[in-house]
Design a protein around this ligand. Structure first.
Ligand SMILES: CC(C)(COP(=O)(O)OP(=O)(O)OC[C@H]1O[C@@H](n2cnc3c(N)ncnc32)[C@H](O)[C@@H]1OP(=O)(O)O)[C@@H](O)C(=O)NCCC(=O)NCCS
Length: 159
């Protein structure tokens, strides 16, 4: 199904925070992604893109989080179930990759249970241990560490 032209990609604003949190946690409750608190969403709000439908409702979200001088992580990517398969997830990922390129990062990566989606968008699978700043900066504090089964997917962003 084609991306609906009525749906607009935009930078998230404060008014979107609750919708982002609800959207992410709908999937987190099913174990499909990591949960986010309102505090985490507010503190990282400037990372986020949203897609709003014709009524202005947030139907998709996700963002690029700078991890270090050379890499950024695509985080909290979620598309409302009835809006999936319309190119919205791809639109957000491409916005994140473009932003990573503009910032001068070398690599964009995601930790995901949906590696095939990221493969469609030019990412390849990597050993998470090749991302030591992620593992030793964040993952080791996660209750799932070291038994996490999310898959690391990476994409070079340099032209
Ligand atoms: C994974 C997710 C973000 C994909 O978003 P989406 O808007 O449905 O995906 P798109 O329509 O942009 O798909 C882009 C391409 O990826 C493919 N694709 C989408 N989901 C896929 C999947 N699970 N497996 C394989 N390919 C997939 C599409 O067929 C499309 O391919 P095409 O270009 O050949 O048509 C969405 O399904 C979602 O929010 N899932 C629940 C939460 C989640 O798992 N988030 C990821 C956390 S990192």
């Amino acid at each position: 199904m084609a991306t609906p032209t009525t749906h607009q990609l935009a930078r998230a604003s404060i008014a979107d925070a609750k919708a982002i949190c609800d959207l992410v946690n709908t999937f987190a409750r099913r174990g499909e992604m990591l949960p986010r608190t309102m505090s985490e969403v507010y503190q990282n709000l400037r990372d986020f893109y949203v897609v709003r439908d014709e009524t202005g409702e947030v139907v998709a979200c996700g963002g690029l989080h700078i991890l270090w001088e050379d890499m950024g992580e695509i985080k909290s990517l979620a598309v409302r179930e009835d809006q999936q398969g319309r190119g919205l997830g791809a639109r957000i990922v491409e916005a994140c990759v473009e932003e990573a390129r503009e910032l001068g990062l070398e690599t964009a990566f995601a930790l995901t249970y949906r590696p095939a989606f990221f493969e469609r968008l030019g990412f390849t699978q990597a050993d998470v241990m090749t991302l030591p700043r992620k593992v030793w900066g964040e993952c080791y504090r996660c209750p799932k560490f070291p038994g996490c089964n999310e898959i690391a997917m990476v994409r070079p962003v340099r032209p």
